[in-house]
Design a protein around this ligand. Structure first.
Ligand code: FES
Length: 158
C-alpha cells in the first residue's frame, strides 16, 4: 500500500482516536475515499487498531452498505420497492443489465457503472425511480434509462 494511502487512512483513524469500537464510522470514511474497501486497506486498519483482520472483514461483509470490490464511477440505484415494482422497475433493471452487459458482476467492464437494486427510496409517487450519481430520475422508462446511460458514456469519453 502506498505511503500516501497510509497517511490518508491514519488521519481518519486519528480522528476516531484509533478506537476499535468506532470501526463502522471509520470504514464509512475510508469507503468514501476509495469507493470500496480494498483488502490491503482493511488489513492496514486492523493492524493500526490492533484487532484481527477477520473482524474488519467481518464488519465490511456484514453490512450491505460496504463494498469489498471496486464500484463503478457512477452508481445506478434502481428502486425495486413495491410501488416501483408495480410500475415496472424490473424492466428497467433488465434494460440496464442488457445495455451494460452485466452478467457475472453488477459493475460494467469499463468500470463506469455499478447497478444497485434498492428498496423504497421514499418517493413512491415518482415511481419508478432511478438515482444516478445522486440525481433522482422520476417515472423512468426503458428508453430514458438507455438514453441516460448513453449520455454519461458520451460525457465520460470527453
Ligand atoms: S417503492 Fe420506489 S420509491 Fe417507494
Amino acid at each position: 500500500m502506498k505511503t500516501e494511502s497510509q497517511e490518508k487512512i491514519s488521519k481518519i483513524l486519528e480522528n476516531y482516536s484509533y478506537k476499535p469500537e468506532k470501526l463502522i464510522p471509520i470504514l464509512q470514511k475510508v469507503q468514501d475515499e476509495y469507493n470500496y474497501l480494498p483488502k490491503d486497506v482493511m488489513d492496514f486498519i486492523a493492524y493500526k487498531l490492533n484487532i484481527p483482520s477477520a473482524r474488519v472483514f467481518g464488519v465490511a461483509t456484514f453490512f450491505a452498505h460496504f463494498a469489498i470490490t471496486p464500484k463503478g464511477k457512477y452508481i445506478i440505484k434502481v428502486c425495486d420497492g413495491t410501488a416501483c415494482h408495480v410500475k415496472k422497475s424490473e424492466a428497467i433493471i433488465n434494460k440496464i443489465k442488457e445495455k451494460l452487459n452485466l452478467t457475472n458482476s453488477n459493475t460494467s467492464e469499463d468500470g463506469l457503472f455499478t447497478l444497485e437494486c434498492v428498496s423504497c427510496l421514499g418517493a413512491c409517487g415518482l415511481a419508478p425511480v432511478v438515482v444516478i450519481g445522486g440525481d433522482v430520475h422520476a417515472q423512468v422508462t426503458t428508453q430514458q434509462i438507455s438514453d441516460l446511460i448513453d449520455g454519461i458514456k458520451n460525457e465520460a469519453k470527453k
